[in-house]
Design a protein around this ligand. Structure first.
Ligand code: NCD
Length: 331
């Protein structure tokens, strides 16, 4: 299995099969266990490797968990965290940036961009240059979110967190809630679920924020039992994984009536969870929680079902595992 990952780009869940994903989850769990034993236990793992950030859109968890992963594995890192302070502000295009930075002895690129497909396009230009021993070989590019398209490392984090709690991804009832149209984490997670055997998948959303047709077509073809619904309370008693999301207001496409509807119907409320949910259901959320909506509401944080902070913390070991795998380093 290790051979499948060395030098591999991580661009979309579409590029992975079930075996790949199970291997990543297994290695993420190994990293988590090693780090729990001792936070310095992996400090030589990626020594002398170098990670380059090209973040052209805001980030907290993704960027800082990658930096944390570098710190605990002995990797160095540098790069662009804000396009305003780089030549992007002068109009430089991403593929030129990547072509240049490929010459600075970088071993992996982590890239976030507002345009769908931008990271895949950039990956075509990420190769070790003539001044490097590995001349001509690909430098792995990790998609840390490209517009409303995909966010594969969040999916790997989410699936590891689900596996850690339930011991499996199969046989569970999933409910994705809120913005199904623009949420890249839903697109990645729902696409990855097609590789498993969920008992049922619900997409709960206002009509204006329905999942993309292409995703629903894949579900229709898969034979998985799925349904698009407009209210979560009724199905809550069956749900194992309740995956809430933020309405992607920053993209500027969501109408005012839909925002009102989200507040009234789709926000995750403690009273509804207490009344309808199983005790061992987990509430997940890629975060951030937007203060304009406050979903889940703060009171949910104290319920036994709240799982979004442990989910976020799983991001560090998952990224440790992924960085090791694309470097061809065993864990
Ligand atoms: C998400 C993202 O940026 O796609 N957050 C994350 O990376 N954990 C979710 C969001 O912005 O809503």
């Amino acid at each position: 299995m290790y051979g499948r990952f060395r030098g591999r780009h991580i661009l979309s869940m579409h590029d992975f099969d079930r075996e790949d994903l199970e291997f990543i989850i297994a290695k993420a769990k190994v990293a988590a266990a090693r780090l729990k034993e001792h936070e310095h236990s992996l400090k030589e793992l990626l020594k002398w490797k170098r990670m380059c950030f090209v973040f052209y859109a805001p980030s907290t968890r993704t960027a800082l968990s990658f930096k944390g992963a570098a710190d605990v594995t002995g990797m160095t890192f540098d790069g662009i965290m804000d396009p305003k302070t780089s030549s992007a502000a002068k109009g430089e295009i991403l593929i030129d940036t990547v072509r240049n930075l490929s010459g600075y002895f970088n071993d992996v690129f982590v890239i976030r961009h507002d345009n769908e497909g931008a990271v895949r396009r950039a990956s075509e230009f990420a190769v070790y240059p003539a001044n490097h021993r590995l001349e001509g070989q690909p430098i792995p590019c990790i998609n840390c979110g490209d517009g409303a398209n995909q966010h594969p490392t969040q999916t790997m984090t989410d699936f590891t967190a689900i596996d850690m709690r339930f011991g499996t991804i199969d046989g569970l009832v999933y409910l994705f809630n809120n913005d199904m149209k623009y949420s890249r984490t839903v697109h990645s997670d729902a696409e990855a679920l097609l590789l498993f055997n969920p008992k049922k998948v619900y997409f709960c959303c206002p009509t204006e924020l329905a999942p993309p047709e292409s995703l629903l077509e894949q579900y229709a073809r898969s034979g998985i039992d799925y349904k698009v619904i407009g209210r979560y309370e009724d199905v809550l008693p069956e749900v194992d994984v309740f995956y809430d999301t933020r309405p992607q207001l920053n993209l500027g496409h969501i109408s005012d009536p839909t925002k009102e509807k989200i507040r009234a119907v789709f926000n995750v409320r403690a009273a509804a969870i207490r009344k309808h949910a199983k005790e061992d259901m987990v509430i997940m959320h890629p975060l951030p929680r937007d203060f304009k909506f406050m979903s889940p509401e703060l009171e949910v944080d104290d319920l036994p079902q709240a799982y979004y902070f442990p989910e976020a913390h799983t991001g560090l070991p998952t990224r440790v595992a992924l960085l090791a795998l694309v470097q061809g380093v065993r864990l």
